[in-house]
Design a protein around this ligand. Structure first.
Ligand SMILES: Cc1cc2nc3c(=O)[nH]c(=O)nc-3n(C[C@H](O)[C@H](O)[C@H](O)COP(=O)(O)O)c2cc1C
Length: 359
């Protein structure tokens, strides 16, 4: 027990005092690619498992059709091509959401397109769905199958290609849904990234209803083909919506039998940062937290318990997780907190959740 505690402490201190200062000297996207490459191999995941393995039955959560071994998930965008799933499993996440994947490969926006704001514990990105496409993604899921634990849940976050017209967007979502159906534990429909022009308009009732109807129909058809394997579907929303827009989204989501909502994606607002000139793109991390928490609060209040909520935005400590769970979230996800706190964060969060249940 004491040895376990020491290893976790060592892991967190080493990251913050030695590894992070080194990494932060380099371009964020280069560091990101380097990290994904290391996690896609075998040595790093094995080391992470040695230092960070920790589970407890008190962490289990049943949400929709799935039982999660713990409520802490990796948010979408970190593992765009699903190459590092064994790494996230070894790091101790209960689940990882890979993607956003689009039907065809695409390069995304011109570089530089990812920026750290260390004084605010934040990141701004305008990557624009750079990914290797659904064929490659599906192959990576297949390869990972034997490398991840049986109780590690893999979500697939799907989006549309840059040049697909909004009226045809549902076809892009259907394509990746069908392609990854056998390998995904759940799907997330991403209509909320700010870095693909027009994408967030898909949150409007007419587009959203069309996309969700098509996907649930396909879900039911594939369910019959593969027998009893219909998938949970979540909708990932922006934090920058009006209450009227949120009301529409909740109604369409309930009408189409979604399992839940992921709240939220990055924000285009800079209101929670001091006045200044900032890069364009989606803001994540600490300044997003109050914004996404107010969306979370609204959703819980207005969905009458008919939708589960996976809360995301600004988590870097146990108190942040507790606040979201207390507001009514079933599970949480994080991305930016991992950049600032390092991989030891996941074990620390799990131990504190278990500690709070015991006391
Ligand atoms: C560099 C970067 C890339 C992202 N890419 C995606 C993406 O492809 N799809 C998506 O749904 N969300 C994406 N996100 C948003 C995250 O999944 C998450 O919703 C957001 O960052 C808020 O969580 P955080 O404050 O813990 O980072 C991205 C975030 C960052 C920082």
């Amino acid at each position: 027990m004491a040895q376990n505690y020491f290893l976790n402490y060592l892991c967190i201190t080493m990251y913050k005092k030695i590894i992070k200062p080194l990494l932060f000297d380099y371009d964020p996207e280069k560091v990101h690619n380097y990290t994904i490459n290391r996690l896609s191999g075998t040595v790093f995941p094995a080391l992470l498992k040695l230092f960070l393995s920790y589970e407890d039955k008190k962490l289990n959560r049943k949400v929709g059709r799935l039982t999660f071994r713990n409520p802490i998930g990796l948010a979408a965008g970190m593992d765009k091509n699903a190459t590092a799933l064994a790494g996230w499993d070894a790091m101790g996440f209960g689940f990882a959401e890979a993607g956003t994947v689009t039907p065809l490969p695409q390069d995304g926006n011109p570089k530089p397109r990812m920026f750290r704001l260390p004084e605010y514990g934040a990141v701004i990105n305008r990557l624009g769905f750079n990914n290797a496409g659904a064929d490659e993604f599906e192959k990576n899921l297949e390869i990972s199958k034997d490398k991840i634990s049986r109780d590690f849940i893999v979500g697939v976050n799907i989006g549309k290609n840059k040049h697909t017209e909004l009226d045809d967007a549902y076809q892009d979502y259907k394509f990746s849904f069908e392609k990854c159906f056998e390998r995904a534990d759940y799907f997330t429909i991403n209509v909320s990234s700010p870095n693909t022009e027009g994408l967030r308009q898909l949150q409007q009732k007419k587009y959203l209803d069309e996309i969700l109807k098509h996907l649930q129909q396909l879900n039911n058809e594939l369910d019959k083909t593969y027998s009893d394997t219909a998938k949970d579907i979540y909708l990932k929303i922006a934090p920058d919506l009006t209450e009227a827009e949120l009301d529409d989204i909740l109604q369409v989501s309930i009408d189409n039998n979604l399992t839940g909502i992921i709240a939220t994606n990055t924000t285009i607002s800079r209101d929670t940062l001091p006045e200044g000139n900032y890069e364009s793109g989606g803001l994540s991390g600490k300044p997003l937290e109050p914004i996404s928490n107010s969306v979370l609060k609204y959703i819980i209040k207005h969905s009458s318990g008919k939708l589960a909520v996976i809360a995301c935005g600004g988590i870097s400590s146990y108190d942040d997780v507790k606040e979201k769970l207390d507001l009514g979230a079933s599970l949480v996800q994080l991305y930016t907190g991992l950049i600032y706190e390092g991989p030891g964060l996941i074990k620390r969060l799990k131990k504190e959740i278990v500690g709070a249940v015991k006391s």
